[in-house]
Write a protein that binds this ligand. Sequence first.
Ligand SMILES: CC(C)(COP(=O)(O)OP(=O)(O)OC[C@H]1O[C@@H](n2cnc3c(N)ncnc32)[C@H](O)[C@@H]1OP(=O)(O)O)[C@@H](O)C(=O)NCCC(=O)NCCS
Length: 200
Amino acid sequence: MRRRAGVRVATRRRPRHPGGGPDGHAADGGPLTIELRPLTHADAPAHCAGEDDETVRWLTGGYGTVEGTCAYFDVLAANAAAGSGKRGFGVWLDGRLAGYVDLDPDLGDGLDPGDVNLSYAVHPWARGRGVAVEAVRLVCEVLRATGVGTRAALRIEPGNTASLRVADTAGFALLREVVSETDTHPDGAPVTFRVFVRAL
Ligand SMILES: CC(C)(COP(=O)(O)OP(=O)(O)OC[C@H]1O[C@@H](n2cnc3c(N)ncnc32)[C@H](O)[C@@H]1OP(=O)(O)O)[C@@H](O)C(=O)NCCC(=O)NCCS
């Protein structure tokens, strides 16, 4: 863990995907650098460009605008300054914004006291290279460093195969399946989640 310009920066180096990355990196071209950094307005266009139908289906429920994203980043920054509520980070892969991860100690909705919900998305060009698993590990380091929560928790829909793999590889265990009290599908039906947890 290190700090840059007064903000938390976490870095982890990881071997390249054995098959090489979809953006043309050589399979044996050295380690990837994956970092978490707070998001600023300057990141909003790249953040929005990194959304696709998978992101919308499994996480956001709709495509964001740059204006709305800037406002959302302002809320995350205010929460970080206050040390409460949902806090979010961009995930940088070799210096390029490649995803998003957040932590929310206050979510409830199927979680137990002390559980901190984690949410994440990886931009399509960066998928399949371990970015999500590494982002989850890094945000767990943030939780440990700040003393927030006693368990990290993931709520994943049973059909989200990629995210279920992330939970497994990141060392989370299935706790229960819940019907959400707040999240609904476009037809109004409640969303069912599997809850996975990992001690911090
Ligand atoms: C889920 C998501 C974040 C995974 O990101 P990623 O960086 O590609 O994941 P990783 O590279 O860390 O892969 C983790 C595991 O998932 C597997 N995986 C990745 N994409 C997969 C897919 N489409 N189908 C099956 N398995 C997949 C990887 O092979 C890897 O498995 P392993 O650890 O056994 O080798 C990404 O697909 C995404 O952004 N989806 C849309 C948003 C979303 O679903 N967010 C989570 C909401 S709960």
